[in-house]
Design a protein around this ligand. Structure first.
Ligand code: PLP
Length: 416
């Protein structure tokens, strides 16, 4: 990586922090001292309000309210309430989003339902470099559904691959590895012109950058609660069904929480009206309460301000790697142009795994994606420009001193 035009100094960095309109948001999070957390794209940081909220749900609502809390604390409507909080972040109406299940399960539900709405069409089109669970879920659907083939194409060949035999286009909006952003509006338009439906995975989009599902004309979407939405490990995910499809969609996981009247205990399934039919089983109240607290950190924040800071943090990170680590064989694994990448910076390095372990041992936390990608997430709600400076300074010391060569840093853990 070559040197950029600006030579950054600590004075510049202090000035940027002083002028940052989102600076006060960091106080909403419990980021540990001396930790430089560049992994909010995998697991968002803990909001300060979450432990109290969870304690209240456990001690008061569960402990004292017991089963009465389904009504008295309105647990039963928590999936819809949390969905309505996610809606404005993704350009949806409040009644088009619900929080439930995991991203993997929601993707199954949406792609299966979309296939059923396009009978006789053979293809599900996706991208070769899509997130593995998305590929695996669709491989499962391919073997489950007679006459449906999963067609995987390179990112640049999607447009051409869409044809009149396509039932569904299923893509992740922002690629997890290199941060590439798909043109949602153009691809949706093309898919629909061919008569196909679209399912967008917003796992690396929701809470990271503005997106407008309805403006793009998207049909269905899913996304993750524990990344940029700060919902906590394994938080419930969300799904979106465009208003025009809500009465037509036939849920493939037709559980009782999606029934029109679950507490009639009727023997026959009858789908609920609206988004609720896309629920399956009993909602995970503790997880939803934590996700609700995570989403409150977005209250009053403009997604455009998040995007502006996210791009500036990423650009600064890249500039500083060029300035401080220019001799150490890092190459960019994401777009240099911030308009073209999501809220992350990815670097290739042949020894990326060991370098990342050495960074983590110093409190500079990113992650590693095989075969050689070091990923650094930019989360504007709780990162300061100073954190980027300190993180890259630490990285330069680790590289200059070859600290990462310690064999302990090459041992692979189960989760990378
Ligand atoms: C993180 C992520 C998931 C996670 O799925 P889970 O069911 O929560 O394990 C799915 N898809 C994409 C694109 C992701 O980035």
């Amino acid at each position: 990586m070559t040197n950029s035009a600006t030579h950054w100094t600590l004075d510049h960095i202090r000035e940027m922090d002083a002028r940052d309109p989102l600076a006060d948001r960091r106080d909403l999070f419990a980021v540990p001292e001396n930790i430089f957390y560049l992994d909010g794209n995998s697991l968002g940081a803990l909001p300060r309000a979450t432990p109290g909220r969870i304690a209240e749900v456990i001690e008061k609502e569960w402990g004292e309210g017991l089963i009465r809390s389904w009504n008295q604390a309105d647990w039963i409507n928590l999936p819809a309430r949390v969905g309505a909080m996610i809606a404005p972040l993704i350009g949806a109406e409040t009644w088009e989003v619900v929080a439930a299940d995991s991203t993997s399960v929601n993707l199954f539900k949406m792609v299966a339902a979309a296939c059923a709405m396009r009978p006789g069409r053979r293809k599900i089109i996706t991208e070769t470099g899509n997130f593995p669970t998305d590929l695996y879920v669709m491989q499962g659907l391919e073997s489950l559904l007679d006459g449906v083939d999963l067609v995987r194409v390179g990112a640049d060949d999607i447009f051409e691959a869409l044809d009149e035999d396509t039932a569904v286009l299923s893509l992740t909006h922002v690629n997890y590895r290199d941060g590439t952003i798909h043109d949602m509006a153009a691809l949706t338009k093309r898919a629909q012109a061919m008569g196909a439906l679209t399912v967008w995975d917003l796992s690396h989009t929701a809470g990271a950058m503005p997106v407008d599902l309805n403006d793009a004309g998207a049909d269905f979407a899913v996304g993750c609660g524990y990344k940029y939405l700060n919902g906590g490990p394994g938080a419930p995910a969300f799904l979106f069904v465009a208003d025009r499809h809500q009465e037509e969609i036939d849920p493939p996981l037709s559980g009782w929480m999606g029934h029109a009247r679950p507490f009639d205990f009727a023997a026959e399934y009858e789908p609920a009206e609206g988004i609720a039919r896309n629920l399956c089983g009993t909602p995970a109240i503790l997880g939803l309460a934590a996700l609700e607290a995570g989403l409150e950190t977005f209250s009053g924040v403009d997604m455009d301000a998040i995007r502006v800071k996210s791009m500036a943090l990423g650009d600064l990170f890249i500039d500083l790697v060029e300035q401080m680590c220019g001799d150490h064989n890092f190459t960019l694994a994401c777009g240099r142009d911030c308009e073209k990448r999501g809220s992350q910076v990815s670097l290739h390095h042949a020894d990326g795994y060991a370098i990342m372990q050495a960074l983590i041992a110093r409190g500079i936390i990113g992650d590693f994606r095989a075969p050689d990608v070091m990923r650094f997430g930019m989360t504007p709600l709780y990162l300061r420009y100073r954190d980027i400076w300190d993180a890259v300074s630490g990285m330069a010391e680790i590289m200059d001193g070859a600290v990462w060569r310690d064999p302990a840093f090459s041992e692979r853990a189960a989760v990378t």
